[in-house]
Design a protein around this ligand. Structure first.
Ligand code: ZN
Length: 153
């Protein structure tokens, strides 16, 4: 296989110490965690496109999906699949998007692999909403509802 090209990133980091998502994994940074196992973590996006917008990440630091082992990519999406069911049920959405951006050109903002799980309601069909900011209490409540659904699965 040819050596892999590194994708340009807007906020490249030198590894776990300077990475906000690694800090969420180790709880050095706050977040609304909705799921976690030995290798993956899911938490609410701080600037969500919709209520319940969740990010699913491998705990191991890697900038883009090209940094992951192929078998781990399958596991990452399996977690995202489970999270999508909990999120859609928790916020009573009618559909959802998986979005997985790699590189600055693709609007990847944080240089740690992540899958967006974005719930969408019928009234928002065809509309790509702007990012929003919810009050901390609303974020806490949304996370609680998603955790409840994850535990039910
Ligand atoms: Zn990281």
């Amino acid at each position: 296989m040819r050596p892999m090209r590194r994708l340009p990133l807007s906020t490249p980091n030198e590894g776990p110490e300077s990475c906000i998502f690694c800090q969420i994994v180790t709880r050095k940074a706050p977040s609304n965690v909705v799921y976690e196992d030995a290798r993956y973590i899911a938490f609410l996006d701080i600037y969500p496109f919709s209520r319940g917008h969740t990010l699913v990440c491998p705990k191991e630091h890697g900038e883009t999906i090209w940094d992951m082992k192929e078998a781990d990519i399958a596991d990452l999406f399996q977690v995202a699949y489970k999270v999508s069911k909990a999120v859609v049920t928790a916020v009573e959405a009618d559909g959802f998007r998986f979005v997985q951006n790699n590189g600055e050109a693709a609007n990847q903002v944080v240089a740690h692999v992540h899958v967006h799980v974005i719930p969408v309601k019928m009234e928002d069909k065809g509309r790509f909403s702007d990012r929003r900011k919810f009050a901390p209490a609303e974020m806490d409540e949304t996370a609680r509802l998603i955790r409840t659904e994850m535990a039910r699965a």
